[in-house]
Each structure stands twice: as structure tokens, then as C-alpha cells.
Design a protein around this ligand. Structure first.
Ligand SMILES: C[S@@+](CC[C@H](N)C(=O)[O-])C[C@H]1O[C@@H](n2cnc3c(N)ncnc32)[C@H](O)[C@@H]1O
Length: 395
């Protein structure tokens, strides 16, 4: 069972040579594969094994800094030489100069910290890239209500996306054949093929728009009057090991994504140290979303934000979530902005693409408004990559 799930994982990371090599070997190795049995049944996901080893390598290095700086202790393990997250210039798996697998196997089996992590943690992520589509969606809402937004993020994780107005953004037209990342697109910096908001910020979020339609980027950053998050398992970034774990759960070969997460964690930790916080309350989102909306200042327009979380509720939980918002709407107007995969969210009744084409896979960016106590129809604003790397805009 666990070997088969690691073999499937090898397929999922086929484009990442380091993780593919290790996953292929681990899927044939009884001892390494059985480490997964240390995890709770719900957390028995191959990503956990990779994250536990990555966390071991990051521990005691200057994990929040850029790769290649101040490596100490575990970061000096020979395995780290293959990790782009730890070495500015890592050894390439494909250049034939060695094999990371025996080093990975040694660390996984011999270092007690790895087994301890497997037994005590579940994977946890917070994807800042999703702000690239949330910001234009909030721009539409603000244009309509002409008031500051009161933001309640459900499933907020570490709360990095509650800080979306402190990041800089660049949206670039996708050029066919340059789909490996925003930086692969050299053509578009002339004002027609790209659009920016707050450029030059320490955390820059980049996204490509495809199929010709530019995102309707607000001319000024949306005004957030109040913000709070809800999560059943919030990540406390003031706890160094919890913050490092968030980074360890990222894939070391996705360097731009991992660097953005590192920068956002650094910024959130400094903001918190300066007393500027975006609180994330522990609890179930269906129970807490109503009271959170009611507690927002009267002069703000409540927006509930849900990105890659409602899918975990199942159809019945999704319906209960909408019913909770129906309940609050009796006392105030509100808007839900969500990014979820429609096939995993049948309880939300998301609309098809405007062209009614069936395109499997993408995440749908949708908006639902409640006005005068009534729930309006869901509007599909865009289809997008799950991390916001690209979006096809309909609105
Ligand atoms: C895949 S992560 C996404 C985090 C964040 N929304 C993002 O886009 O980066 C899902 C988050 O939802 C939280 N979560 C899942 N079910 C929940 C529930 N019923 N109530 C509150 N939080 C929940 C998890 O703890 C986790 O932090």
C-alpha cells in the first residue's frame, strides 16, 4: 500500500528530477516506505516523508534565508548538496556525478528526528501564489461596494495570504511555449503584456494570464479595513520549528515558489515582532465563520476567502458552510471569494466555465454575493493553476 502510494507520488513529481529519483527508489524499498506507517492514517502521504527529511536538512541552517547562506549542522549533510533549497548551485541529479538516494536512505532511516517528525506532524502549506488571483477578485468586490473590505480567511494556515496587500504583483501575458514560469516570459514588460501593482516589494507574486484576457487589476491596492483567519490547525510563525516546517513541506526544486514562501514568512515574522498581526483563530471554519463575519467593523464589507480548503469538508460540509453564510446574511451583506477544484466541491454547486467547455483539472476562482439576505448565483471569474501560476480570466 505505502509503496504503491510512493510510486504514484513519483509520477506526480516526474518533472522534478531529485524527488522523482528518490520517490522511485523509495517505492521499491520496504524499510524506507514503512516509515510512512509511523504517521496517523489521515497524514499517511508520501509528501510527509519528503518533508520530514527536508526539515531535518533545514534544521539549524539559516532556513529563512536564501539558499547557500550560513549553512551549519544538518545543512552540511552530503544529501543537502542535491537540494536547490539549501545550495544555490546544487548537484544535478541528471549529470551522472552521483546519486542522492543512498544519502536520502541513510538520513531517513538513521536520523531519529525524521521518525519523530513522521509520527508527530502532518503536512501543512500556505500558498502565497494564490494572492495573484485573489487580489483582482477583491478589486471587483471593492469597486462594487466602495468600502474597505473586512477579510475573513477560512483555512488560513499561517495567515500569509491575509497579508496580501503588503505584497507586490506582476501579471504577464503568457507566451505560447514559455510555460515553465513567469521569468521564462521575456517579452512582456512594456505595459501591454504585463501589469504591476506595488512593484519592488520584498515579496513579489507573479502570474501569467492566458487565452488573451488580461486580469482586471485594480489601479490601487484594495483597502482592507479588518482581517482575521480561521484554521483548525493554525501555523504559529513565532514558533521557529513550525515556521521551518511550512518551508520543509514545499518541494525543494520549485525554487521560485519556495523563495516566495521564505520571503513571506520572513516578512510575517518581522511584522509580528513589530506588533502588527493578522490573527488566525483555531477552530472549525463552519462553526466560526458566522461569528467572525458578525464581529467585523460595520463600515467594512465582509469578504470570506476560501482557497483550497472547502474541498476538505466533503459535500455535506460544503453545504453546511454555505448555510452558515446564509445565516449571517440575514444581518449583513457579504461576499465569498473561493479558489477550489469544482470536482472536489460538489456541495458548492459551482457554475461551469462560460464557454461550457469541460476542462479537467483547473481550480475555479468564483464569487458569490449575499445581498438583502439572499444568496446570488456563483460567478466563475477565472480558471487557474492551483497555485495561481497562471489564470484564464472570464471576468
Ligand atoms: C491546503 S491548506 C490551504 C491553506 C491556505 N488556504 C492556502 O491557500 O494557502 C488547507 C488549510 O485548511 C485548514 N482546514 C482544513 N479543514 C478545516 C476546517 N474544517 N476548519 C478550519 N480549517 C480547516 C487546514 O488546517 C489547512 O491549514
Amino acid at each position: 500500500m505505502v509503496k504503491a502510494s510512493i510510486a504514484r507520488f513519483a509520477g506526480a513529481v516526474a518533472r522534478l528530477p531529485l524527488y522523482r529519483r528518490i520517490a522511485e527508489a523509495a517505492s521499491l524499498d520496504d524499510e524506507v516506505a514503512s516509515l510512512l506507517l509511523l504517521a496517523d492514517t489521515d497524514d499517511r502521504n508520501p509528501t510527509l516523508l519528503f518533508a520530514a527529511v527536508h526539515d531535518y536538512l533545514l534544521a539549524e541552517s539559516d532556513w529563512a534565508a536564501s539558499p547557500g547562506t550560513s549553512l551549519t549542522a544538518h545543512g552540511q549533510d552530503p544529501l543537502a548538496d542535491w537540494y536547490p533549497s539549501l545550495r544555490g548551485q546544487p548537484t544535478q541529479v541528471s549529470d551522472g556525478s552521483g546519486d542522492p538516494w543512498p544519502h536520502f536512505r541513510r538520513v531517513a532511516l538513521d536520523e531519529p528526528k525524521v521518525a519523530e517528525t513522521m509520527a508527530t506532524r502532518g503536512t501543512q502549506t500556505n500558498e502565497v501564489g494564490r494572492c495573484a488571483t485573489t487580489v483582482p477578485a477583491l478589486g471587483f468586490v471593492q469597486r462594487d461596494v466602495n468600502r474597505p473590505i473586512g477579510l475573513v480567511e477560512v483555512g488560513a494556515s499561517a495567515g500569509l495570504n491575509l497579508r496580501l496587500d503588503s505584497y507586490g504583483y506582476r501579471w504577464t501575458r503568457e507566451v505560447r511555449g514559455s510555460e515553465s514560469g513567469p521569468s521564462a516570459n521575456a517579452s512582456g514588460r512594456d505595459g501591454h503584456d504585463s501589469v504591476e501593482l506595488l512593484p519592488g516589494r520584498p515579496v513579489m507574486v507573479e502570474s501569467r494570464w492566458r487565452a488573451g484576457r488580461r486580469p482586471a487589476v485594480p489601479t490601487e491596492m484594495v483597502a482592507i479595513g479588518a482581517r482575521m483567519g480561521i484554521d483548525r490547525d493554525p501555523v504559529d510563525l513565532s514558533d521557529t520549528s513550525a515556521a521551518r516546517w511550512l518551508i520543509a513541506c514545499q518541494w525543494p526544486e520549485q525554487v521560485e515558489r519556495l523563495e516566495r514562501c521564505r520571503a513571506a514568512v520572513r516578512e510575517a515574522r518581522s511584522a509580528a515582532a513589530a506588533g502588527e498581526t493578522a490573527p488566525v483563530r483555531r477552530g472549525d471554519l463552519v462553526d466560526l465563520v458566522g461569528p467572525a463575519v458578525v464581529a467585523l467593523p460595520d463600515d467594512s464589507h465582509p469578504v470570506v476567502l476560501a482557497t483550497w480548503v472547502l474541498t476538505y469538508l466533503g459535500p455535506e460540509g460544503q453545504r453546511r458552510f454555505l448555510a452558515a453564510l446564509d445565516g449571517v446574511a440575514a444581518s449583513r451583506d457579504l461576499t465569498l471569494v473561493l479558489q477550489e477544484e469544482p470536482s472536489a466541491a460538489p456541495g458548492l454547486d459551482l457554475p461551469p466555465r462560460p464557454d461550457v467547455r469541460s476542462v479537467p483539472g483547473p481550480t475555479a476562482l468564483c464569487r458569490i454575493d449575499w445581498r438583502d439576505g439572499r444568496r446570488g448565483d456563483a460567478v466563475r471569474l477565472a480558471d487557474q493553476h492551483p497555485h495561481g501560476t497562471w489564470a484564464e480570466w472570464f471576468a
